[in-house]
Design a protein around this ligand. Structure first.
Ligand SMILES: NC(=O)c1ccc[n+]([C@@H]2O[C@H](COP(=O)([O-])OP(=O)(O)OC[C@H]3O[C@@H](n4cnc5c(N)ncnc54)[C@H](O)[C@@H]3O)[C@@H](O)[C@H]2O)c1
Length: 452
């Protein structure tokens, strides 16, 4: 099929490359000309494992452009995958979505085209995008009514394993009020649903993966599924963090508690690791948007609100713990291991490290940091904060009064702890992610603090 993807960020680019890999002809469009140039040269502007390799394999079916005129008229399916960042009120900023919808309306031809919201958008956005499309189309054209249908196809990929999640998803959700649109999306995704494509050598199909479940539903339900899924995952993390606070008081081991409840098949083991809490571009934004949507209907969402409060408290607790141990923070040097909001990505949106660094700087701390991938992006976006970026964990530790493990990158699991500790002013470590071996660290001379 001929497909256009609007927005080549984490979601749009992954979707475009995967659809091209399974055989569709894909135009990826972005208004950021520098991104398009990089991509046309085979370079990937974000860090995502195997994305560059898959792009190379899919290249014959891929085209990158900044021109709507080039991408839209021939497309049978147009995905909108632009950003929907939060506004101060919690409601998402729909400016990019609106611009994209209008631009499609200006260029779409009078033939049946399915326009798909892949961006996470508030409930009702499908109808709104439909209206924008029709109005723009009808203003420019004397051809009469537009032959397009709007669908929702929420994205569930996780940054860091985005390609795996797109080629071998747990499920695909499609929503539309017009059956024809659902049929088109079913055909588009068929190679993934039936797993008939040849897997890339570097991303083999896991043995457990069989046919992928398809949930085909109405527009509003598909839109709500995305928000409900993210809110539920966020709740799970905040729940274990709330239990963790009590565990700390009563002397229980939260890792054991998490394992103990996760073995119950009704609960499941994932998203039960206590620690600094969630970050990233989705959970914070989507829980805020869910609350904002509910408010429009006169509803409160106390459970979702509480998950947000607990998450915020976890970040404050890092600073409180350092304060308790060091007594005075002013004039101290504190090192952060990890900046990205999670391992295997360079995404810094709502990264706990950024907020923690700022809280420490506000208290007069000199902050040093390292990240295996996100350092350059941090420098570009947050260079003004004055954090001293280091080449490795050893350099971070030198002359520090404490080191905080913020992102659980694999390379931080096994460092030369004795050497690291010797180079610090005070061998104090705060494991914000429950990944370090307390006994080993204490043997290496560290004072070890965990976060439950
Ligand atoms: N990142 C994730 O893990 C993830 C997962 C699931 C869903 N989502 C949702 O997917 C959407 C996209 O997220 P992302 O992380 O890929 O965002 P992103 O910021 O990485 O990418 C958005 C891209 O859209 C481009 N863009 C903006 N306006 C445009 C326009 N009018 N025409 C063409 N291009 C335009 C931007 O230049 C940018 O490259 C959001 O709604 C997000 O909530 C993200």
């Amino acid at each position: 099929m001929r497909v256009a993807i609007i927005g080549t960020g984490y979601v749009g680019l992954t979707t475009g490359v995967c659809l091209a890999y399974i055989g569709h002809s894909v135009s990826c469009l972005d208004t950021d000309v520098s991104k398009v140039k990089m991509l046309s040269e085979g370079k990937v502007p974000i860090f995502e494992p195997y994305l560059e390799e898959l792009l190379e394999e899919a290249r014959p079916n891929l085209h990158f452009t900044s021109s709507y005129e080039e991408a839209i008229p021939d497309a049978e399916v147009v995905f909108i995958a632009v950003g929907t960042p939060p506004t101060p009120s919690g409601a998402p900023n729909l400016e990019y979505l609106s611009q994209a919808a209008k631009s499609v309306g200006q260029h779409v031809k009078n033939k049946f085209t399915v326009v798909v919201n892949k961006s996470t958008v508030p409930i009702g956005s499908g109808n709104w995008v439909g209206a924008l499309l029709r109005n723009t189309y009808e203003q420019r054209s004397a051809n009469g009514t537009l032959e397009a249908a709007v669908a929702s196809n929420p994205e569930f990929l996780r940054e860091g394993s985005a390609l795996h999640d797109s080629l071998y998803p747990d499920r695909i959700v499609i929503g539309a009020d017009e059956p024809r649109a659902l049929e088109v999306l079913y055909s588009l995704y068929r190679p993934i649903l039936d797993q008939t494509f040849t897997p890339p050598t570097f991303l083999p199909r896991p043995e457990s993966v069989g046919a992928v479940p398809l949930l085909s539903t109405d527009l509003a339900s598909a839109e709500l599924i995305k928000y409900a899924a993210n809110a539920f995952l966020a709740l799970k993390i905040s729940f274990i963090n709330e239990i963790g606070m009590l565990a700390e008081r009563v002397g229980a081991d939260i890792a054991e508690v998490g394992r103990g409840i996760g073995l119950d098949s009704r609960i499941g083991p994932r998203f039960l690791n206590a620690g600094i809490g969630w970050g990233g571009s989705c959970f914070g934004k989507d829980t805020a948007a869910l609350i904002a949507t509910a408010e429009e209907y006169g509803l409160h969402m106390p459970i979702v609100e509480a998950a947000r409060v607990v998450n915020k408290r976890q970040r404050d607790r890092i600073v409180e713990k350092l304060l308790t141990e060091l007594k005075i923070l002013k004039g101290r040097t504190i090192g952060l291991l990890g900046l990205a909001f999670k391992p295997n990505t360079d995404d810094l949106r709502e990264a706990p490290a950024v907020e923690i660094a700022q809280k420490l700087i506000d208290r007069g701390v000199c902050v040093k940091a390292h990240d295996p991938i996100a350092g350059e992006r941090f420098q570009q976006d947050y260079g003004h904060m004055g954090v001293q970026l280091c080449k490795n964990a050893q350099e971070v530790a030198e002359n520090c009064d404490a080191v905080v493990l913020v992102t659980e990158w694999n390379e931080y699991r096994d460092l030369e702890w004795e050497k690291l500790g010797r180079s610090m002013r005070q061998a104090l470590i705060l494991d914000g992610r429950h990944i370090l071996d307390r006994e080993k660290l204490e043997k290496a001379g560290f004072q070890f603090i965990g976060i439950n």
